[in-house]
Structure formats: C-alpha cells, structure tokens
Design a binder for this molecule. Structure first.
Ligand code: DWN
Length: 404
C-alpha cells in the first residue's frame, strides 16, 4: 500500500504502467543501458492528490546532463515573456522588488525580469541548463529548493515579493519542504504562482504521456487547496493555460483570509463534476489509455504494411511513457526529429529509436509523422505547412488517433 506524500493516508491505484526508463534518459548507444523504475499512479481520497507510486532520486533526473531546454519552442518563449510581463505589472511600483523562480531552466522567463533590472534569482539544480540561464544574464543558484536553501537566500537577499515555478512544482517529491521554504522566503504581502499540467485535462483527454518519473504530482484545484492550507497558504486564484496540453496556474498567498477569485470555486466545481474528488472519477482512465495505445499501434502497423514510412516529431520526455507502454520502437518509427542539439544522435529511453536533426526531417519528407510533441501542435503545423502541402501527414493521438 502506498501512503500519500502529503497527508500520509492510504491511497488507491489509478493505473500501473510497469517498468519504465527515465523520460529524459536518452542513451548514447543503441545497446545502452536504461535506468528502470516502476511507473504507476495513485489517488489519495483524503487530500485528493494524484501522485506517482514510486519515485526516482532527484539527482538521477536533474543533473548536469539534463536534456530538456525550455527555449526549444517559440510558443513557450512567447508564453514565458507573458508571464514576466504579468509579474512586472503586478509588482507595480513596489520599491526594490525581488523575484525568485524555482527551476528557471535556461532562463526563458527570468531573462525578461533581468532585462528590466529587477532583483531576481533562479534556482536550478540542472547545471547545464543553469549555465544557459547565466548566459542569458540571469542570476542563478545551482541548488534544489527547500527550507535550508530558502534561509540562505533570505540571509543574502532578503524575502521575496514573488516566488514562482512553471512545470517545476509537480516535479518535486518533497513538496512539503518546498512549501516550508516558501513560508521562510515569501514576504507577508508577497504571492506565489505555479503552473503545471492540469489533472482535469489529463483525465479528460487520457493524455497519459504526462505521467513519467519527473512528474510526481498531478495537481488540481482540489489538491492544491488542501496542500496550501497545510502550510498556512491560501489558493486565491486559478487560471487555465493553453500550454503543455492543458495546464493550470495556481496563485497562493500567505494566511487564510485573502480575497479569493470566484474562478477557484468554479474550477473546483468542474473537477467535482468529473468526480476527481473520488476514485470513481479515475476508473475509466486505464481503459481509455489502453484504447489509445491499441488504436495508435494499429494505425502505425497498417501504414507500415502498405509500405509507407513513419518518423516521429519531437523526442519529448512524455513520449517515453507512450512509446514504452505501447511498445512502439524503431520497427514502427524510423527515427525522431528534434531541434535540441543535446538530443541529436542519441537514442530514446527504452525503445532506442534514433534521434535525428530537424534538417534530416526536412530533407526526408516521410509520408507520415507521429507528432510526439502534440502539445506544440499549433506551432508545428504552422511551421510544417510545406511538408503538408507536399502530401505529408501528421498523426496525433489524444483524445483519439487522428491523421491530418
Ligand atoms: O515538465 C516538463 C516539460 C515542461 O518539459 C519536463 N519534465 C520536461 C519537458 O517535457 P517534454 O520534453 O515532454 O516537453 P516538450 O516541450 O513537449 O518537448 C518538445 C520537444 O520537441 C523538445 O525536445 C523540442 C522538440 N521540438 C522540436 O524538435 N521542434 C519542439 C518544437 C516546438 C519544434 O518545433
């Protein structure tokens, strides 16, 4: 039995995928060894947190060889510039404000804060991406964030007006220590925001590829409200974000008597309508996941059978779960094209599909392309107009397999 990481109560099984490599565990050789763990998800009926059963030590995932760089998507660059603009507007004329971002990656957001001369600090334990942030003139601390780090920051820089994190809070197993750190670091009138893939989108679309080693928690308004309360923080607003296949941004403030935007109750009511506060809401998920895998594999096999080739687009972290669970390997997908130099000429975790450059894809014009980076669909379809004009087709798979 797995106990909840937040409230220590018994949890209930949602789905088990079995042995799975690390989502960003790209290997150098086709016969390279994969670190494998058991991937599964449980629901806590007491505090509503959906979470992994087993986790991987943080330094195995976030180290000096981290493969994901946020700035590989133009759409995300625009999104994060918007986040920075919002922070600056909200700070208004506060004297000498201080902004702290947890998991700043290559500085995609904080570089816009830095350019305005605003005091800031990015906390980034993955050394290679932290170096990129520094090149973007972002001030970085190469550490994991917790109560101890928070105290060190306060000693040197004072308390923060804003603490934020995008696609970071869901990555941290000891989230209680992060919230304890926030209590130390955040000014009494400061605010926290974080955004992560939204549980309701994952359940509605069966987008199970969001489930992998790095994502320990699958947040909802229901669970974040409970988690915040435990740390004397209050969930004061929720705003949906059209990124990463459907994300939610949560705003928190210290205390329990802040004005709360009616959106919070509205979102939680929608979650309850989907029964995400009880096990019933998760029962169909497993069957839906298995159907997507079966349908997708059949489509790929049929395409192969009539003599066409399929390649992948975007060697994403999340496709590790899809490819390994559905057992889609090089026999069905020739290679995956990616624009991250660090991934090229390596092989995908577990299934060992070769990764090639974007230029290789452009030269190739394969008949079919499996859009593994489906969350960037709009951006990629716009970019690949010529590929489609020449007859190339994209295959997507959530909520159902579609060829376009
Ligand atoms: O939470 C996380 C999210 C935010 O980012 C991390 N745990 C890791 C990572 O997950 P991911 O790898 O699934 O994220 P993306 O943004 O879906 O990855 C897109 C991949 O596709 C990157 O490797 C870059 C590549 N890409 C490309 O080759 N051409 C992306 C675009 C937009 C393109 O045009």
């Amino acid at each position: 039995m797995v106990t909840c990481r937040i409230c220590r109560q018994a949890t209930q099984e949602v789905i088990t995928f079995g042995p799975m490599p690390l989502a960003n565990g790209f290997v150098q050789r086709v016969n390279g060894n994969d670190y494998v763990f058991n991937l599964g998800v449980v629901f806590c009926p007491s505090c509503f947190m959906v979470q992994l059963t087993e986790t991987v030590p943080a330094d195995k995932m976030f180290n000096d060889h981290y493969h994901f760089m946020s700035s590989t998507s133009q759409g995300m660059a625009v999104h994060f510039e918007g986040n920075a603009k919002e922070i600056i507007e909200r700070l208004g004329d506060k004297p000498d404000p201080f902004v702290v971002e947890l998991g700043c990656n290559d500085g995609i957001m904080l570089k816009h804060i830095a350019v305005h001369g605003i005091r800031h600090l990015g906390i980034e334990p993955s050394g290679n991406v932290a170096d990129l942030a520094q090149k973007n003139n972002v001030r970085v601390l190469k550490e994991f964030f917790n109560q101890k780090t928070a105290a060190q920051i306060v000693k040197k820089d004072g308390q923060a007006d804003v603490i934020c994190g995008s696609n970071v809070f869901c990555h941290i197993e000891d989230i209680n220590s992060v919230f304890a750190g926030i209590d130390v670091l955040l000014k009494e009138d400061g605010y926290v925001y974080f955004e992560d893939p939204y549980l309701m989108d994952i359940v509605k679309k069966s987008s199970f590829d969001q489930i992998y080693d790095e994502h320990v928690f699958y947040y909802s308004g229901l669970s974040v409200r409970e988690l915040a309360k435990r740390h004397n923080l209050q969930l004061v607003d929720m705003v949906t974000q059209d990124v990463h296949g459907g994300s939610m941004r949560y705003y928190l403030k210290k205390g329990q008597s802040n004005p709360v935007n009616p959106r919070v109750e509205q979102c939680i009511a929608q979650e309850k309508a989907l029964k995400l506060d009880q096990m019933t809401g998760y029962v169909a998920f497993k069957d839906n996941v298995n159907k997507v895998c079966k349908d997708l594999k059949k489509v790929l096999q049929d395409i192969k059978q009539v003599g066409h080739r399929v390649v992948g687009y975007g060697a994403t972290s999340k496709s590790t779960t899809l490819l390994n669970y559905a057992k889609i390997g090089p026999a069905l997908v020739d290679y995956i094209s990616d624009n991250t130099p660090y991934k090229i000429n390596k092989f995908t975790p577990g299934m060992h599909i070769p990764i090639k450059s974007y230029e290789a894809f452009l030269k190739d014009q394969p008949a079919y392309t499996l859009l593994l980076a489906w969350n960037h669909r709009r951006e990629i379809l716009e970019k690949e107009k010529e590929y489609r004009r020449k007859g190339g087709k994209f295959i997507t798979f959530f909520p159902a397999v579609t060829i376009e």
